[in-house]
Design a protein. Sequence first.
Length: 42
Amino acid sequence: VTVGNAVFTGIAGSIDEEGMLMLELPDNSVKKISSGDVTILR
């Protein structure tokens, strides 16, 4: 996921009550990501 110039790699978890993607990061923390910031890479 790219947010501005930052790139976050993790596992897409659930969607919270506000529609934010809960991205589980490698350090076991969770980052909330807006759907407009999500890019799928293959």
